[in-house]
Design a protein around this ligand. Structure first.
Ligand code: CP3
Length: 342
């Protein structure tokens, strides 16, 4: 069946649109009271692993705001979990991996799983979400970039610097590349299975790519994202989002990706210049700017669309929405795009 709201898919193809599509990274999450209700009753991985819950959380923001695309509720860390690396989500702390990967011996126990077996619950959640969405809007599937997943696998938790992850790459590069390749192989199989289950596009989150120098990025992050794009681009449009990775926009624009994510530290003009002017860009509203009064949000969003241009553009934040953002401010962001006209 054809998707009714085609704005997002049109923008990914570079087609002319009436207005740009809009969705928000982390739109299925803690700023929503209806999400917090479910969070009280079920722990994080129960929410991820129960298709009824994951699909319900996915459609919550669509019902409330009517974004132009849904993103499946899940997490990038289901991949290391499926690879036999233990992952916990600790309340008020975040991800915690009690047995981080620090040596060849650690790497040897990491598996490349059969994704249908170990991640079948995600595929079931996609099928259930597609039923609930009734083809109103497209559904985005996602994965972390291999480098960003390595960050958690080695550091063992979130970090402002990911110093242990970087030290691991710089002192044991062969082991690091071994881990990156295992993550890549798993991710490719996983994203292909997601497309087969029904997602209409995929996004690769390189949330910590900007921790690396441009040279180190070209060694430890980019080649693995390129493998993913190569493997997926004929199956579904691929969006590559690298937080802090403005320096890689040129390389990314020549990769076969359908669109590139941009954060708020890079201006629209500079992002267009660096990416060659032809590829669809996605971003880049500072998530903290959603604390501005709704009237100001509307003005800033209108200016952002003028700066990027309405075509080849997907309105989004420059990173995930913060849990403390008032719901009416999130609504002002979405509404500003929906009421946009030239
Ligand atoms: O975007 C969406 O609405 C879909 C859901 C989604 C989640 N995580 C749900 C989630 C997506 C796309 C992610 C991706 C993700 N997870 C990334 C990449 C995007 C980014 O923000 O950079 C990263 C780095 C993670 C790892 C992760 N998961 C962290 C660091 C945390 C804890 C800190 C935090 O922000 O809460 C999580 C937990 C998590 N993933 C929550 C949600 C809604 C909050 C915890 C909870 O609901 O109990």
């Amino acid at each position: 069946m054809a998707i009714k709201n085609t704005l997002f898919l049109q923008a990914l193809k570079g087609e002319t649109v009436e207005r740009p599509p809009v969705w928000m990274m982390r739109q299925a999450g803690r700023y929503l009271p209806e999400f917090m209700e479910l969070k009280k009753k079920y722990d994080f991985f129960t929410r991820c692993q129960t298709p009824e819950l994951a699909s319900e959380i996915t459609v919550q923001p669509i019902r409330r705001f009517g974004m132009d695309a849904a993103i499946l509720f899940s997490d990038i860390l289901v991949i290391p979990q499926a690879m036999a690396i233990e992952v916990e989500m600790k309340p008020n702390f975040g991800p915690y991996l009690p047995n981080p990967i620090r040596s060849q011996k650690d790497l040897d126990r990491v598996i490349v799983p059969d994704v249908h077996e170990s991640l079948g619950y995600v595929l079931d959640a996609i099928k259930m979400t597609k039923v609930k969405l009734q083809d109103e809007v497209p559904l985005i599937g996602f994965a972390g970039s291999p480098w960003t997943i390595l960050c958690y696998c080695v550091q063992g938790q979130g970090s402002k610097t990911f110093d242990k992850a970087k030290e691991f790459c710089f002192t044991q590069p062969l082991v690091a590349h071994g881990l990156l390749q295992k993550i890549t192989d798993t991710t490719i199989a996983y994203l292909k299975a997601k497309v087969a289950a029904g997602v209409n596009a995929v996004q690769v989150f390189d949330s910590w790519g900007g921790m690396l120098s441009p040279e180190d990025y070209n060694e430890f992050s980019w080649p693995y994202i390129q493998q993913i794009v190569d493997a997926l681009k004929n199956e579904a449009p691929v969006i590559v989002f690298g937080k802090g990775c403005w320096f890689a926009l040129k390389t990314m624009s020549q990769s076969g990706a359908a669109a590139l994510g941009v954060d708020w530290t890079c201006s629209a003009q500079n992002a267009r210049y660096l990416s060659g002017g032809n590829i669809t860009l996605q971003g880049n509203f500072d998530p903290t700017r959603l604390f501005s009064p709704p009237a100001e949000i509307k003005k800033m969003v209108t200016k952002m669309i003028r700066d990027f241009g309405k075509d080849r553009y997907i309105v989004n934040l420059g990173h995930g929405i913060l849990p403390t953002v008032p719901v009416e401010n999130a609504k002002a962001f979405i509404d500003a795009v929906k009421s946009y006209s030239e």
